[in-house]
Design a protein around this ligand. Structure first.
Ligand code: GTP
Ligand code: MG
Length: 452
């Protein structure tokens, strides 16, 4: 039988931000500190995620946290590498992440991917805090390794502190321009109304105790109800990435956010044309304490409970889509689960028109974000799909009526080799980029020039 604490799952924390602003370094710092806390096996590695238990968090946060205030088991962090669109992080039509950390370089402030992250956080209503990273690069900074930020500020010269403050208020101003009232986190009374900004350094670790404290506090206060799950229920998850794995073929890196997934389970996965029905051949996790992204050795596990990241090997997964739902069938009629997956995919609303551009994106979430941005820019869409640019897309684009619509907009996708000559011979303009609004801006500039 389970105590209450057993049925509260770990909140999922997405770490977002512009390229090079320090997302991975921040997680490395948290992982490294967790390891040096000396609790062997205290942190567990997952596919695409790192699980930090409450004990370890309170060890790191020191005097800032009283662990008896909490009954959530810890925090599950998901890194979003620059090339991998975080808009993949969806679940049941909303956000997969329960909470987010938006990492902003204090010197650089808001950058294009910061803006995109903010847009998605706003749209999905995901609570977030801002990690104002790299405070140690402030000229004249006197590093205070691993200390709470207030303690570190006491050790700084007036000049260094005022330079940092200038940068921090710049970021607070940018948040306000984006429609969020924000302040330094210790001045925030109501974290549901105001965004807390936590100054920190992913390198020296100062301010990291504060970030962990704020995240635990937020999760405990505002999300406890959502964390109560049936730990034995049929597993539900989201595909982060579809990857070929030697010896297993196509596999799906999945974050399980509800219930339990067992080896041998029949599952339904969102696919390119229709839901894929298959049976799990293996559940794979990185071996303990190894770096996930370089991890090549997996351990087979019998089951995985929420919240966790796991690699699922099963036949027919090559047409699975990043961002798509994964559902365990277990005691329900298969047809019901298939319908559920279909309904969830249908929620990703892309309004198409009789005439318009062709849109391709790497994941369902980024396709949705593209569609929203194009709607705002009043650019109609003829066809929108997940996947690389194929000959078929060129054929579709050629059917557009207006010249300016004979275009393909690709976000985070490649032009397939067999589509290259086709593109050369077609009167189609191809736009590709890794930043949505850059892509749309390029297209708009092209249309303007065409109309001159
Ligand atoms: P992508 O995954 O490419 O989007 O980048 P990222 O956000 O994960 O950034 P990453 O952690 O790789 O850091 C980029 C660079 O900034 C690295 O050279 C880090 O060492 C450096 N860096 C990150 N955080 C800090 C910090 O707090 N202080 C200093 N001085 N350097 C930092
Ligand atoms: Mg990174």
């Amino acid at each position: 039988d389970h105590t209450n604490a057993d049925t509260l799952r770990t909140p999922i924390v997405a770490v977002l931000g512009h390229v090079d602003h320090g997302k991975t370094s921040l997680l490395d710092k948290i992982r490294g500190s967790a390891v040096s806390e000396g609790e062997a096996g205290a942190i567990t590695q997952h596919i695409g995620a790192t699980d930090i238990p409450l004990d370890t968090i309170s060890g790191m946060a020191g005097e800032l946290i009283d662990p008896t205030d909490f009954d959530l088991p810890g925090l599950l962090f998901i890194d979003t590498p620059g090339h991998h669109s975080f808009s993949t992080l969806r679940a049941r039509g909303g956000a997969l992440a329960d909470i987010a950390v938006l990492v902003v370089d204090v010197n650089d402030g808001f950058q294009p991917q910061t803006e995109e992250a903010i847009d998605i956080l706003r749209r999905t209503g995901t609570p977030f805090v801002v990690a104002a990273n790299k405070v140690d690069t402030t000229p004249g900074w006197n590093p205070q390794d691993g200390e709470p930020i207030q303690k570190s500020l006491e050790a700084q010269s007036e000049r260094a502190e005022s330079m940092l403050n200038e940068n921090l208020y710049e970021i607070i101003g940018q948040l306000s321009d984006a429609g969020f009232s924000a302040d330094l986190y210790w001045r925030v009374q109501d974290f549901q109304k105001n965004i807390g900004v936590v100054p920190l350094s992913a390198i020296t670790g100062e301010g990291v105790p504060d970030l962990l404290t704020v995240l635990m506090g937020l999760s405990q206060r505002f999300m406890k109800e959502e964390m109560a799950i049936d730990v034995q229920g049929a597993g539900e998850g989201t595909v982060l990435e579809v990857k070929d794995e030697r010896g297993f073929g196509a596999t799906i890196d999945t974050v399980v956010y509800d219930g339990v997934v067992r080896n041998g389970d029949q599952i339904v996965v969102g696919g390119q044309e229709e839901p894929i029905v298959t049976e799990i051949r293996a559940l794979l996790q990185p071996r303990p304490l190894e770096e996930i992204r370089t991890e090549k050795k997996f351990e087979k596990v019998g089951e995985v409970g929420a919240a966790a990241g796991v690699k699922i090997a099963a036949p027919d997964l090559d047409r699975a889509m990043a961002g798509a739902p994964v559902r365990v069938v277990r005691d329900r009629p298969l047809e019901e689960v298939v319908e559920e997956v279909k309904a969830e995919l249908a929620e990703i609303e892309v309004d198409t028109a009789e005439d318009g551009v062709v849109v391709k994106a790497d994941t369902l979430g980024s396709l949705e974000a593209m569609a929203n941005a194009l709607r705002e820019a009043e650019v109609p869409i003829l066809r929108a799909e997940v996947g690389d640019i194929a000959p078929r897309d060129i054929a579709v684009a050629e059917t557009a009526n207006q010249d300016e619509h004979k275009s393909i907009l690709g976000f985070n996708v490649d032009l397939l080799a067999n589509a290259e000559t086709e593109l050369e011979n077609a009167d189609i303009k191809l736009f590709t980029d890794e930043v949505i609004y850059q892509l749309i801006e390029d297209y708009e500039t092209y249309v303007e020039e065409k109309q001159r």
